[in-house]
Design a protein around this ligand. Structure first.
Ligand SMILES: *Cc1c(COP(=O)(O)O)cnc(C)c1O
Length: 358
């Protein structure tokens, strides 16, 4: 498919942009352009454009506004030492996007088209790459139902957009270890949409996340909805638990956990290093008991936005406990370094995970 390039009447002046990308924060700064592709039943995907980023007109009856037919992805573009822009496992994001689409009764987008849209936009706006240490261009591809129709059935028209946000540290504190709140709310029930990356899951997580913030924590931990016992994941990150004998576990996906690409990459790297790693259910009571006995030495949270972060403190209605020293542990640091190294091209990529653009 050909992308029509629409000229930008007034891109951000270079000096304004350069001061903005020196301190981008997370998710509040955006680049000049976006990609837009439309879908109509019968016609399929059409009208791909790479043009100025700006507001979009929607009919007030657009079904996304009423029934939340919306999905998204989160990925990053990195700049390698030689200046080349690169993506990390974009095929995995494209495949997951289409799985989310299937669960939300939305059309699939060809993986090559998804990746091509991302590639063109990143190359177009690469001057927005943040100048801060650890910075990246955060990429947000998303799709939503645009058809004006209030009956309840899958829409017949959709829009796929990609926007870019120069990003620094995900956690405000930039702290070496985060503090988490175990919520009484649940995020995903068996048979629900927990494994789809859809806006609706996040809408339902805002009250529990707000509660965690109000209590002074950085993130919320969700337990399973059926037994309120098994640890599932954070609001937007997967979890790994590390024991004093070197063993490492992460909760199995079971349909209620978002299949993180960072999670999958860590499983691969850990197995390859000969670590004893398993996908295994782990209860909140065991988490506390193991942290208190010293059997559990580290807990790490992982996701594209923050990569790998140590969990230092856990709080719930039953009180608080600390993990290890409360700071980042050894294995968390080592895995983070390895993964970040592969993403940024300073550690050899033996899996073909890095896709160079340009
Ligand atoms: C996106 C996401 C993750 C992390 O997935 P990555 O592919 O590693 O970025 C974890 N949990 C939830 C709920 C998510 O939406």
């Amino acid at each position: 498919m050909n992308f029509e390039h629409l000229p930008h009447p007034a891109p951000v002046p270079a000096d304004t942009r350069d001061s903005a990308i020196a301190d981008p924060g997370f998710g509040k700064l955006f680049t000049d352009h976006m990609v837009s592709i439309d879908y109509d039943e019968g016609q399929g995907w059409h009208s791909a454009t790479l043009g100025p980023r700006g507001p979009i007109a929607l009919d007030p009856a657009a079904s996304v506004l009423h029934y939340a037919q919306e999905i998204f992805e989160g990925m990053k573009a990195y700049r390698l030492a030689d200046g080349t822009m690169a993506l990390f496992r974009p095929q995995a994001n494209a495949a997951r996007f289409n799985k989310s689409a299937a669960r939300l009764a939305m059309p699939a987008i060809p993986e090559e088209l998804f990746i091509e849209a991302v590639r063109q936009l990143v190359l177009k706006d690469q001057d927005w790459f943040p100048s801060v240490d650890g910075g990246a261009l955060y990429i947000r591809p998303f799709m939503f139902a645009t058809e004006a129709f209030l009956g309840v059935r899958p829409a017949k028209q959709y829009k796929f957009l990609v926007i870019l946000s120069p990003a620094g540290n995900y956690f405000k504190s930039g702290s070496p270890a985060v503090s988490v709140w175990v919520s009484d709310y649940t995020r995903a029930a068996p048979g629900g949409t927990g494994e789809a990356k859809c806006g609706g899951n996040y809408a339902a997580s805002l009250v529990p996340t707000g509660e965690a913030f109000a209590k002074g924590h950085d993130q919320v931990v969700f337990l399973d909805a059926a037994e309120r016992k098994w640890i599932e994941e954070l609001g937007g990150m997967n979890l790994f638990f590390v024991f004093d004998d070197g063993r490492m576990i992460t909760p199995p996906l079971r349909g209620t956990i978002l299949p993180g690409i960072t999670r999958d990459s860590i499983l691969t790297l850990a197995r390859e290093q000969g670590l004893d790693v398993a996908e295994e259910m782990y209860s909140i009571d065991q988490w506390r008991a193991d942290a208190e006995s010293g059997k559990l030495v580290e807990t790490m949270a992982c996701g594209t936005a923050a990569v790998v972060t140590a969990v230092g403190k856990v709080a719930s209605h039953d009180g608080e406990f600390t993990i290890g020293s409360g700071g980042p542990g050894q294995l968390t640091g080592a895995i983070r370094e390895k993964l970040v190294g592969i993403q940024r091209g300073t550690v050899e990529d033996t899996h073909g995970w890095v896709m160079k653009l340009g």
